[in-house]
Design a protein around this ligand. Structure first.
Ligand code: TXA
Ligand code: MG
Length: 347
């Protein structure tokens, strides 16, 4: 059996069966591809962490079809209801307090008291959720610390798997191919578990769109500086899940160094342009459309992350709307690697 398969109804049914038996399935969402497993199954959740080489302190996003499915897992606040009505299904993840009798495996939340939930809009993700009838834990389907996959082929490359083979008994049963992701950057993560909404990760839903529904601009959590246990979510062994590992500085990084706001380039540098940058090796959106740029960002970073280039220079991008998300991802890609956060803290 091939590992990468077109996401037709029969294949989605087979994928749902694999998920119900505790195996993993990579699937497309409108943001990026996810590495999914039954969020109630400790075995499936452990396999996700192992396959991604992700540290177990970094909690996973759980995908649900809608708000009523979310309400089985977490305590839905009135604000969560309002935001879900405005943005679900879509690229908004809400961090909420766990329901008292939540069926989620504790490893999903890294032992913490909150869970990150989102209802994806992609038809394949929705069909898969309907067919497996279980909440799906699904982080981005990349190796921890690397650029998120926006094509099925990226998943196989990242996880170092042969796209033609699906080894019997391996945790990952298949990669559902739903074509290129339409949003192209990860979901916006908004923490609703405290007294005020806090933006943990800018993403596919813009801050401006959130502000229009919230009536105020959400507070932005500062970049996470170092390992710092939070008493609210500390575990008995004294370790703690990260407050939001998405805030880590070096993250979403290609292998080659990335340089921002480039006005000119060295001979061995690739230039990633925007809106017709002269001399660009690739242009995120020749027409200057930020949605097109978001769709292209990760695939173009991957495309430039190879010889003959030794570095990637990026032209200045707008800072509002989706531009804020693009600049966030690029700033993380450009962040110092060794001197910064330890590599085991990336997702
Ligand atoms: O668009 C997306 O969100 C994609 C697709 C597949 O849905 N998923 C994704 O998941 O990006 P992941 O695991 O790569 O990123 C989840 C982010 C991480 O920064 C994680 O630390 C944060 O959400 N997160 C998860 N659970 C959390 C929680 N309970 N509290 C705070 N942050 C949390
Ligand atoms: Mg990720």
């Amino acid at each position: 059996m091939t590992l990468v398969r077109p996401a037709d109804p029969a294949t989605i049914a087979a994928a749902a069966q694999a998920l119900r038996s505790g195996r993993l399935v990579a699937f497309p969402t409108e943001t990026v591809y996810g590495l999914g497993g039954d969020a109630r199954s400790p075995v499936a959740v452990a396999a996700i962490y192992a396959t991604k080489k992700r540290p177990s302190r970094n909690p996973l996003i759980v995908h649900v079809p809608d708000l009523s499915a979310a309400a089985i897992l977490a305590r839905i606040t009135p604000l969560a209801e309002r935001l879900a009505a405005a943005f679900w299904p879509g690229p908004l993840t809400l961090v909420l307090p766990l329901a008292d009798d939540t069926p989620l495996a504790p490893q999903v939340t890294a032992g913490g008291a909150t869970v990150a939930l989102r209802a994806p809009a992609h038809p394949v993700a929705r069909a898969l959720l309907a067919a497996c009838a279980c909440p799906l834990a699904a982080p981005s389907a990349n190796r921890s610390g690397s650029v998120s996959p926006t094509r099925a082929a990226h998943v196989a490359v990242d996880l170092a798997l042969d796209p033609r083979m699906s080894p019997e008994g391996a945790p990952l049963a298949m990669i559902l191919d739903g074509g290129p992701c339409q949003v192209g950057v990860e979901s916006t993560v908004l923490d609703l578990s405290g007294p005020h909404p806090r933006l943990l990760r800018p993403g596919g839903v813009t801050v401006e769109a959130l502000a229009a529904v919230l009536g105020e601009t959400p507070g932005r959590a500062a970049l996470f500086p170092a390992r710092r246990p939070t008493t609210a979510t500390a575990r008995p062994d004294g370790t703690a899940p990260l407050p939001s590992p998405g805030l880590l500085r070096s993250h979403y990084a290609p292998d080659r160094p990335v340089r921002l706001n480039a006005e000119s380039t060295a001979p061995d540098e690739a230039l990633l342009g925007f809106a017709g940058t002269p001399g660009a090796t690739l242009d995120l959106s020749p027409a200057g459309d930020l949605e097109e740029a978001a769709r292209n960002l990760f695939a173009m970073l991957r495309a430039l992350d190879r010889p003959p280039y030794t570095a990637i220079a990026v032209a200045p991008l707008p800072t509002t709307g989706l531009g804020a998300t693009l600049n966030d991802r690029l700033a993380r890609a450009a962040a110092p690697r060794e001197a910064g956060d330890p590599p085991d803290m990336h997702d």
